[in-house]
Design a protein around this ligand. Structure first.
Ligand code: NDP
Length: 281
């Protein structure tokens, strides 16, 4: 006899975790799918993460999403690592199967999904990626996989940009942070993969007049949804893609990994998440 409770358990592990939108979205998908499952948030301090995840892997839990600051330790403790997680150097998804910990990274898929939803073909022209942290790594990997013809990279710390290019896009052209506007002429896609624009953090400022009129601005930040970066691009009449698409796009394959089928389509994930997002303070 199995213990009382949902048949399938999954969740998201991070610190902090209260702000995570994943539990609400997963709960709606679980309910719409009519399955006996539960997706829980777990707040786990950095020093406890390895013990917690190894312990969880020995339970009935199907797997967990991983958010900051545990994406590196999640990769390090895995028995099996997907090519995407290996290339990106971080895992946002662990599944527990056959007594083993499997690590994957669905952030790159999520970004491509957001571009697809916005009808943007990344192979159309040069892409400028701003940032060199975890999100930038996933986005760069996605763009390379999607056949982007040229990558331009700019980050506050040049050393981090160089390391990122070395690992994922050796042909990328590095622009000093102070000269980032000079990377805009001829660009087809500009991505904010920094934490600038997050609620309470200063905005990422670009001189959009240097960008072609058909360039697309995409943000990884989704809280707030309308960042200064996107607002300025829209003012210049450029197309914009906000960070929610990437969030939803990474959640879909995670749901499938936990429960064995794609999330039900009758849920409007975007509308649901919008109802959870508060305006920028
Ligand atoms: P990291 O901490 O790994 O990287 C932060 C990046 O922002 C670095 O490139 C850092 O530059 C840069 N940065 C931070 N502060 C400043 C500043 N004051 N001026 C200039 N650059 C700055 O974070 P992540 O890569 O994990 O996350 C980045 C953003 O992406 C976050 O807003 C996060 O919410 C979002 N994200 C969204 C996802 C989605 O599904 N939509 C998924 C994952 C992340 P430096 O190297 O110099 O420190």
């Amino acid at each position: 006899m199995r213990p009382a409770g949902p048949a399938i358990r999954a969740g998201v592990v991070g610190d902090p975790i209260a702000h995570s939108l994943s539990p609400g979205l997963m709960a709606a998908w679980i309910e719409a799918a009519g399955i006996d499952a539960q997706y829980s948030p777990y707040r786990v301090a950095r020093e406890d993460a390895e013990t917690f995840l190894r312990g969880l892997a020995r339970t009935e839990c199907a797997g967990v999403n991983i958010t900051l600051p545990h994406k590196h330790i999640a990769l390090a403790i895995a028995d099996r690592v997907s090519p995407a997680a290996q290339a990106i150097g971080a895992a946002n998804l662990l599944t527990f199967r056959d007594g083993q910990i499997h690590a994957d990274n669905t952030d790159a898929m999520g970004f491509l999904d957001a571009l697809r939803t916005g009808d943007v073909d990344p192979s159309r022209g040069p892409a400028l990626v701003l940032g060199a942290g975890g999100a930038a790594r996933a986005i760069l990997h996605a763009l390379v996989q999607a056949g982007v013809p040229e990558i331009r990279l700019s980050n506050r710390s040049r050393s981090n940009a160089l390391a990122l290019a070395r690992d994922l896009a050796p042909d990328a052209r590095i622009h000093d942070w102070g000269d980032r506007d000079q990377a805009l002429p001829g660009v087809a896609l500009v991505v904010n993969a920094t934490s600038l624009g997050l609620s309470g953090v200063e905005d990422l400022v670009l001189d959009w007049r240097n960008a072609p009129g058909d360039a697309v601005a995409a943000d990884s930040v989704y809280r707030p949804l309308q960042t200064g970066f996107l607002r300025d691009a829209a003012r210049q009449e450029l197309r914009i893609i906000d960070g929610l698409g990437m969030l939803i796009g990474q959640a879909r394959p995670s749901f499938e990994a936990f429960f064995g089928f794609a999330p039900p389509t009758q849920i409007d994930a975007r509308a649901l998440l919008l109802s959870h997002l508060e305006p920028k303070s």
